[in-house]
Design a protein around this ligand. Structure first.
Ligand SMILES: [Zn+2]
Length: 420
């Protein structure tokens, strides 16, 4: 069994040794005497749980910067045109670039909603990041699309059984405005029968909500509730435009909500995310970056800072986002929604951790690590990343990173050139 011993690393204010055996943290103690395969000095390092990015469209890294300053409806039209040209190889390199970017900014696990999920999973396995790759259902309310989508979904689920151990297959319905009621119900049944998660976009823009009220007399949340598709397996991205009744439903159905603050701000879909109300109602709130064509990076650490500042700002209340809570939102809350035993540095948990380098100006003085981590530093403080007990970034170096960037650059030009 592979073993890593991290010596004298700071964990929540104390210096400890952390022993990783196989894919789990096996022991944490003031001093551990063990002949590990690899010994890492924890000097000037603090150990934190790996960050969990709960909403991405990974291969959209290839479209970073192509659709600027557009409202969501126009942005979607433009992006969908480009997406028609995506092939397997593009998904593979785009996802590899995404995985590289996420590891470099401390993400060890993510939930992805994008096309050709098998190629995305292959890319993630090779880079060594833990991923949840969804089969995406998007029938554009056309009944003719239903049967082919069902068949492809079932086939994709079967072939996912050959994926590597770090990759999980899940299902997604893009959004109520792009997916018919029948397909929502079918996908929800499929998820429940096979113990999968159901990832959706929900209540992202005011126009989505107004259209829903006009068509059904219901908000998007109420509409999905009436279809019987909301439950603890649902991970709903955005939820920017929700009212008190919607929050009651999300709470009762134990739906997980993902705030994608940078994307919401950049596309100007809204900024009054009701964190406090959701928290009071007991809803599990997580954080995501959304795709790099809208946010424009996959840096969860940056999103944590924006979320905290924005909550304080729009509420006019500095207590609106306590430091401990934003750390939990980006780690353990995501792990909980994904049903994995990670998000905490503790004995027995999955060894998905980061070492943060603290001998830099942003961490001086060291009065408060979490505050320095969230508000002062940028993600270059992430020094070493371990996923499933394997070192995937060693003192900021990721194996093969030069090739990934070179191939992704070439692939992005091939995909986007005619739209520039
Ligand atoms: Zn999205």
């Amino acid at each position: 069994m592979n073993s890593i011993l991290i010596q004298k690393v700071n964990l929540e204010g104390s210096d400890v040794d952390v022993l990783i055996q196989g894919n789990r943290i096996s022991r944490i103690a003031p001093s551990i005497d063990f002949r590990a395969d690899r010994i890492i000095s924890g000097r000037n390092r603090t150990i934190i749980p790996g960050l969990v990015n709960m909403h991405t469209h990974a291969a959209m890294t290839l479209m970073r910067g192509v659709a600027e300053d557009m409202p969501l409806s126009r942005w979607l039209e433009f992006i969908w045109k480009i997406e028609n040209d995506l092939d397997d190889d593009m998904i593979y390199w785009g996802t590899k670039l995404a995985a590289l970017e996420m590891i470099k900014s401390g993400t060890t696990c993510f939930l992805d909603q994008y096309w050709r999920e098998g190629y995305a999973a292959k890319a993630c396995e090779e880079v060594g990041i833990r991923s949840n790759n969804c089969f995406v259902v998007l029938d554009k309310h056309d009944p003719a699309n239903a049967e082919p989508i069902k068949e492809r979904c079932m086939a994709a689920f079967e072939s996912s059984k050959k994926w590597g151990p770090l990759q999980s297959f899940q299902v997604a319905c893009h959004a109520p405005y792009t997916v018919s009621d029948d397909m929502f119900q079918w996908t929800s049944d499929f998820a429940r029968k096979n113990n999968l998660l159901l990832h959706i976009h929900l209540a992202e823009t005011i126009s989505e909500c107004l259209d829903s009220v006009n068509s059904y007399g219901q908000t998007p949340v109420e509409h999905l509730e009436s279809l019987g598709v909301l439950g603890p397996e649902v991970i709903a991205a955005h939820c920017v435009w929700i009212d008190g009744d919607d929050i009651d439903i999300l709470s009762r159905r134990k739906v997980n909500v993902v705030h994608n603050v940078n994307s919401n701000l950049k596309i100007a879909s809204g900024y009054r995310f009701k964190y406090d109300e959701l928290k009071q109602a007991g809803v599990n709130v997580c954080i995501g970056t959304d795709g790099a064509a809208s946010s424009n990076n996959l840096d969860v650490k940056e999103a944590m800072k924006t979320m905290a500042l924005l909550q304080k700002g729009w509420r006019a209340d500095p207590k609106a986002m306590p430091i401990d809570e934003i750390m939990d939102i980006a780690t353990v809350n995501g792990a909980k929604a994904l049903r994995i035993d990670a998000g905490k540095v503790k004995e027995g948990a999955l060894a998905d951790v980061c070492l943060v380098r603290t001998d830099t100006p942003a961490f001086v003085p060291d009065f408060n690590f979490k505050s320095n981590f969230i508000y002062s530093s940028d993600s270059s403080c992430i020094d070493t990343v371990i996923v499933d007990g394997r070192i995937v970034m060693d003192e900021r170096h990721v194996e093969g990173e030069e090739e990934i960037m070179k191939e992704a650059e070439k692939t992005a030009w091939k995909l986007c050139k005619k739209y520039l």
